[in-house]
Write a protein that binds this ligand. Structure first.
Ligand SMILES: NC(=O)c1ccc[n+]([C@@H]2O[C@H](COP(=O)([O-])OP(=O)(O)OC[C@H]3O[C@@H](n4cnc5c(N)ncnc54)[C@H](OP(=O)(O)O)[C@@H]3O)[C@@H](O)[C@H]2O)c1
Length: 328
């Protein structure tokens, strides 16, 4: 019997956004402990375009050609015989290292979470690598306590938009940095103070910060050390080139790359479903425009999470922007 075919984006060689090609490839078959998922929404993460550039090929090498993407939400099509907790028709989300810029992906059952009914597929796809990263990074130094001053860099981004809301929920006074067009958006997420990093130097406006969440790195990280109070802490999602300097200055630093377990992602999904958290996923592209989605992501500026949806004419009803993905 011939293989069932699907549309998928593939990378045949590392390079610029032009190497993303929409092709017809076989639908993958789930292993015994895996689930086959019909993808409804795939998140475009910064790590996707860095992998496409070949930056991570020594850490996470791909067999070329490969299908990019890892964060997704979709509907279970079939389950391997050991993946008994999922059945066809279940709405799920999670992270698959088998590539999700496709109509179908396979994923180990223990990496999947159930999508609550009140949550759009797009908002669910924004959890892995977005809300989940903020959730694991903020408590890296023992938790955020009421009254703490927390600085979130990149506060309008796919991680930052959740970090602002989560720190606020924990009772922190949140300061966010973003560009001018995102100031109102970041304020709407609960930031008490928002600094447009293009028109003001944040270190001249701030001091006595308890915790910095660094999603930008480089000089922004170095400058952030100066706004921390003695004993304050910086958690970076991008690297720690200034760890020695931080030690000399008497502040703590940590790199966080912890992946969230499905039960944590499930908790986050419930908060999104009941409106306690908001997700902005208003920039979406069909699979055929993965190149444009990557170009937008690589610009380094934007709001919320970029989403790819698998095919025109697919069940778009579940994707239509709703309260969760239309925060402006
Ligand atoms: N270690 C981990 O486990 C982990 C997990 C998730 C993400 N990350 C990394 O964390 C970084 C952020 O991820 P993301 O998904 O949030 O990216 P994103 O969605 O692309 O957002 C990036 C944001 O950074 C803002 N920005 C750019 N330059 C800035 C500056 N100088 N100061 C303040 N904000 C600035 C942009 O805001 P404007 O449009 O307002 O300029 C944009 O909203 C990426 O490098 C990603 O790879 C790491």
């Amino acid at each position: 019997m011939s293989d069932q075919m699907q549309n998928a984006v593939r990378v045949h060689r590392y390079g610029g956004p032009e190497v993303l090609r929409l092709e017809r490839v076989p639908v993958p078959k789930p292993g015994e402990g895996e689930v086959l998922v019909r993808v409804q929404a795939a998140a475009v993460l910064p790590t996707d375009w860095r992998m496409r550039q070949g930056i991570f090929q020594h850490i996470r090498p791909h067999v070329l050609p490969y299908i990019p993407g890892s964060a997704f939400a979709g509907i279970v099509e079939s389950a391997g015989k050991c993946a008994v907790e999922f059945k066809p028709g279940d709405a799920v989300f999670g992270r698959s290292w088998n590539g999700v810029y496709a109509e179908y992906t396979t994923v180990p059952a223990d990496r999947l979470a159930q999508k609550p009914a009140g949550l759009s597929f797009a908002a669910a796809a924004a959890i892995p690598g977005g809300a989940a990263a903020a959730w694991t990074a903020l408590p890296a130094f023992g938790g955020v306590e009421a009254g703490m001053k927390v600085l979130v860099h990149g506060a309008a981004g796919g991680v930052g938009m959740f970090a602002v809301q989560l720190a606020r929920r924990m009772g922190a006074k949140v300061v966010g940095t973003c560009s001018a067009s995102n100031v109102d958006f970041v304020r709407s997420l609960g930031a008490e103070q928002v600094i447009d990093y293009m028109s003001a130097a944040f270190e001249q406006e701030l001091s006595g910060v308890d915790l910095v969440l660094d999603t930008v790195g480089g000089r922004v990280q170095e400058r952030s050390l100066t706004v921390l109070k003695p004993g304050g802490a910086l958690v970076s999602l991008v690297g720690l080139p200034f760890a020695e300097l931080a030690e000399e200055m008497g502040v703590r630093t940590r790199f966080n790359s912890q992946l969230a377990d499905p039960d944590i992602m499930q908790d986050i999904a419930e908060l999104l479903a009941d409106g306690s958290l908001q997700a902005c996923t208003s920039r979406s592209f069909p699979l055929a425009e993965a190149r444009q989605a990557h170009e937008l992501g690589e610009s380094g500026h934007g709001r919320g999470r970029i989403i790819l949806y698998p095919a025109e004419g697919q069940d778009r009803e579940n994707f239509v922007p709703n309260r969760q993905n239309m925060v402006q």
